[in-house]
Design a protein around this ligand. Structure first.
Ligand code: HEC
Length: 136
């Protein structure tokens, strides 16, 4: 009579949870990655849909009125012909900064000594038209 087969030893208990721990870690990773993604999208979406910027960009600016506003508010630092003085020469600035960045430059006050301006959207659109009209 053959000896009864040795029961196949079951896997040690300690190693059993390992794969499920890995899965848990992966799930956690996936959750945190998607949270970061959602946050990023919210931030970017917020910047894109900032109502002030949006309404400014919807308007058609008057280069002439923009020039008048520029001479009143900006020429002291950037020069009457925007040639640069305390602030930089603004010719060709549209190649360095897009419209959103130009608006931010004017309204944010993030680069002292340039002050924070609060023009109405139409005035901001006029300033943009003026900046675009400067030969680069
Ligand atoms: C008190 C001085 C001052 C006044 C007034 C001022 N600026 Fe400036 N501006 C600066 C300085 C200084 C910088 C450079 C900031 C930096 O990048 O560190 C600058 C930068 C800029 C830039 C970015 C230039 C670049 O090369 O990226 C733009 C555009 C600009 N100003 C537009 C304006 C407009 C439009 C006005 C008027 C509504 C204005 N500034 C009024 C001082 C001034």
């Amino acid at each position: 009579m053959p000896a009864p087969a040795e029961p196949v030893p079951s896997l040690p208990a300690a190693s059993a949870p390992a794969p499920s721990r890995l899965i848990q870690a992966l799930i956690l990773l996936a959750i945190s990655a998607s949270l970061v993604l959602v946050l990023l999208l919210l931030l970017l979406g917020g910047a894109r849909s900032d109502p002030y910027t949006r309404s400014t960009l919807e308007l058609v600016g008057s280069e002439q009125n923009g020039g008048r506003l520029f001479r009143l508010n900006c020429a002291g630092c950037h020069g009457l012909a925007a040639q640069g003085l305390v602030g930089p020469d603004l010719h060709g600035v549209e190649r360095r900064k897009n419209d959103r960045q130009l608006i931010q430059q004017v309204v944010s006050g993030r680069t002292p000594p340039m002050p924070r301006f609060q023009p109405e959207p139409q005035a901001m659109a006029d300033l943009l038209a003026f900046l675009h009209s400067l030969p680069s």
